[in-house]
Write a protein that binds this ligand. Structure first.
Ligand code: PGA
Ligand code: MG
Length: 223
């Protein structure tokens, strides 16, 4: 590698499979309100835009009176802030991220997940030491696909400029459109929570296995 390249990662659906924990927290809150739970796949399809959008979608899907929204979100956050029991790293994540860190690439996280649960889950998997920069869904008024959170993460890693030399790695429509708006090249992980075909999303390259990520990074940097 000639020069290190800052690499920012999305979290839910990219590094971690957190949908089972998010689903469990949602189900517990719905049960509290005597509302029938939604299947895991349905809740998974609602993840990506952060907690506010998640609950907008749940409220619409379950036909809940919008007046309950603040109480539902508060009850959800009380469970979500340290929900890690059902969350797993995607296969090969630790090895791939470790290799990129060892190669000297500055690493960061830009997620729409709020900072509380983000910090909990990074600590739980001992990933906090690998990611000196973390921007969460409540770090700024804007969330992905707005480019502001990713621009902030890049700035915190010392990257400046209108089309910075950096990479974003994510799984969803929110990530693809955010990276295109910055703009930075986007590497999409196919195993996450995306609902749109990869071909319909702006991206530089796609990967199915984290073992392939370090090689893809080298290729992207050679451009
Ligand atoms: O919490 C969400 O809805 C999405 O989080 P992500 O940005 O890490 O995918
Ligand atoms: Mg994601």
């Amino acid at each position: 590698m000639d020069r290190p390249c800052p690499i920012i990662f999305d979290l839910d659906g990219t590094l971690i499979d957190s949908a089972p924990d998010i689903h469990a927290c949602v189900s517990a809150v719905l049960r509290q309100y005597q509302i029938a739970p939604l299947p895991l796949a349905r809740v998974r399809s609602f993840i990506g835009g952060g907690v506010e959008l998640l609950w907008t979608r749940i409220i619409a899907a379950c036909g809940i009176e919008p007046v309950h929204r603040p109480a539902l979100i508060a009850a959800f956050m009380a469970r979500y802030h340290d929900a890690t029991a059902l969350t797993r790293l995607f296969p090969g994540v630790i090895e791939a991220v470790g290799r990129l860190a060892d190669a000297g690439h500055p690493l960061g996280i830009c997620t729409n997940k709020p900072m509380g649960p983000t910090r909990s889950v990074l600590q739980h998997f001992a990933l906090d030491r690998l990611f000196p920069v973390v921007v969460g869904g409540d770090s700024l008024p804007q969330r992905k696909p707005d480019p502001a959170p990713l621009r902030l993460a890049l700035q915190m890693l010392g990257v400046e400029g209108n089309a910075p030399r950096a990479l974003y790695v994510g799984d969803s429509e929110f990530d693809a459109n955010c990276a295109a708006a910055v703009p930075v090249p986007f590497l999409i992980y196919s195993g996450g929570y995306r609902m749109t075909p990869i071909a319909d999303l702006p991206h530089h390259a796609a990967f199915d296995r984290f073992d392939d990520l370090p090689g893809l990074v080298d290729q992207a940097m050679a451009l």
